[in-house]
Design a protein around this ligand. Structure first.
Ligand SMILES: Cc1cc2nc3c(=O)[nH]c(=O)nc-3n(C[C@H](O)[C@H](O)[C@H](O)COP(=O)(O)O)c2cc1C
Length: 210
C-alpha cells in the first residue's frame, strides 16, 4: 500500500478521531515504535503519525509503521527542495493536526535541544511551534550516566517546569548498552495506556482474522 506523503492538517483531521503524534529520537528504545503504533491502532477512532529524527531511523524499519497503518515523517519530507510561497509547511501542519504528542523515546540530545529552544530539524521545529494547549509527554531514554549527568536534571527541570511537558520515566533495568540502572524508556504498553486513559479509547472488536 502506498500512502500519500503530502500533509495538510485540515484534510487529515477526522471528526471524532484522536490524532496521536509519536516522535521518535535516537535511542535504542525507538525499536518499540512499531509496537506502540500497532497497539494504539487496535483502538477505535485513532489516527497516528510518526515523526522521526535521522538517528532514530537506525532502530526500526519504517515499513513496519506503514504496514501497521501509519506514516513516518522525516527531515527529508520537510526540506523537499521545491517550496513555494503558500505551500503547506510540514512542521506547522503536523502540530496543527496533533491532539497529543508522545516523544518516545526522548534522547539526551533532543531533550537538551527542547530545553534550549533549538529547532534545527522537523521534530524540534514542530515542538517549538506547538500550541501550549497540546498535551505533550516526554519519555526519556538513555544510558544511566547520561541520565545522571547534571545537565540532564537541568534539562528535565526546564522541560517540566518551563515548557510544561509531562515527563514520564525513565525506569531502571538492564540497558541495551550493558549498564544496569535508571535510563530505560517507560514500558511501551504503559505509554499506550496513557493515551487510552486520557481519551477513554475503546478497543476495536476482535474479528476472527485478528
Ligand atoms: C547504537 C546507539 C544507541 C544509542 N542510544 C541512545 C540512547 O538510548 N539515548 C540517547 O540519548 N542517545 C543514544 N544514542 C546517541 C544518540 O543517537 C545521538 O546523541 C544522536 O545525536 C541523537 O540524535 P536525535 O536526538 O536527533 O535523535 C545512541 C547512539 C547509538 C549509536
Amino acid at each position: 500500500m502506498t500512502l500519500s506523503k503530502s500533509f495538510v492538517a485540515e484534510r487529515e483531521r477526522a471528526e471524532g478521531c484522536t490524532h496521536v503524534l509519536l516522535i521518535t529520537t535516537g535511542s535504542v528504545a525507538s525499536i518499540k515504535a512499531p509496537l506502540i503504533v500497532a497497539e494504539l491502532l487496535h483502538y477505535q477512532n485513532v489516527i497516528i503519525e510518526v515523526v522521526s529524527t535521522k538517528a532514530s531511523l537506525e532502530f526500526f524499519d519504517t515499513k513496519e509503521i506503514v504496514k501497521a497503518g501509519s506514516r513516518v515523517w522525516t527531515d527529508e519530507d520537510e526540506w523537499t527542495g521545491g517550496y513555494r510561497i503558500g505551500d503547506p509547511i510540514l512542521h506547522i501542519e503536523l502540530r496543527r493536526w496533533a491532539d497529543i504528542i508522545l516523544i518516545a523515546p526522548c534522547s539526551a540530545n533532543t531533550l537538551s535541544k527542547i530545553a534550549h529552544g533549538l529547532c534545527d530539524n522537523l521534530v524540534t521545529s514542530l515542538l517549538r511551534a506547538l500550541a501550549p494547549t497540546t498535551p505533550t509527554y516526554v519519555f526519556p531514554a538513555m544510558n544511566t550516566l547520561m541520565y545522571e549527568h547534571p545537565l540532564t536534571a537541568e534539562h528535565l527541570r526546564v522541560v517540566r517546569d518551563v515548557v510544561k511537558y509531562h515527563v514520564v520515566g525513565p525506569i531502571g533495568k538492564n540497558l541495551a548498552c550493558g549498564d544496569v540502572g535508571l535510563g530505560a524508556m517507560t514500558e511501551w504498553k504503559d505509554i499506550v495506556q496513557i493515551v487510552v486513559n486520557k481519551f477513554n479509547l475503546v478497543r476495536k472488536e476482535k474479528t476472527s482474522s485478528t
